[in-house]
Design a protein. Sequence first.
Length: 242
Amino acid sequence: MAAAGNAFSGERALVLLSGGQDSATCLAWALARFAAVETVGFDYGQRHRIELDWRLSFLETLRREFPDWRERLFADHLIDLSVLGEISDTALTRERAIELRENGLPSSFVPGRNLLFFTFAAALGYRVGARHLVGGMCETDYSGYPDCRDDSLKALQATLSLGMDHKFVIHTPLMWRDKAATWALAQDLGGEKLVELIRDGTISCYLGSSESRHPWGRGCGACPACALRASGWERFTAGQRG
C-alpha cells in the first residue's frame, strides 16, 4: 500500500466517501496531496442510509469553508449497490441485533462490501482517469472485518491492476491509526475547523441515529461504531488538554 506523502500531487484520486468520520478524514488527506479529487458513495440498502444525506451536506460545507481545497474537489458520484443489501443477512442491512456470530465476526459484517466498493471505484476511476483509490479502512480500531485488513487490500490492489490492465494504487491512510489518531490527523490537515466539521457534519452510527448529540457528534451512543468514535474523541481531547 502507498504511504502518506506528496509524491502523487499532480494526479487524480477517487475517495470512497460514506458520510462518516473515517472517510471524511481520508477526503481531507487526499485533498492535501492530489491535484484533483473526486468522491464516490454507495447505496447498498444500509439501515444507516442517513449517512448518504450527511455526505452531501459535508461536501457542501467543505467546499464553502476550505476554498483552497474547493479548487481540487471535483465530481461526486453515487453508485446503486442495492443488490448487496438484497443478498446480505447482516445487522447493517436487516433489522437485527449487532452481536458476535459463531465464526467470531460481528453480525454487522457485510460480506464482500469493501471488495465491491473498491471494484466499482476502480471501474469508475478507470473511466475518469483516477488511478488512486482512497478508503478509510483500518485494522487498529475496527470491528474485525476481514475486508478491512491490509493484506486483503494489498491483494485486491494487485487483482484490480491485473484485471483492468491499469495500475491502481489503494491508499488507506488510517490503516494503522486508532480513532484518537484519526481525530489528530484531521486537526493536522485542517485545524480545529476541520475537526469541528467532521464532529458535527458526519455520522458513523450503525443505526443511523442523529437525534442525540454527544461531545463527539451525533449517534445512538451504544453501537460499536459510536463506541469507537466516542472513545477516540475522549483520548484525543485528553491529549489536547494534557
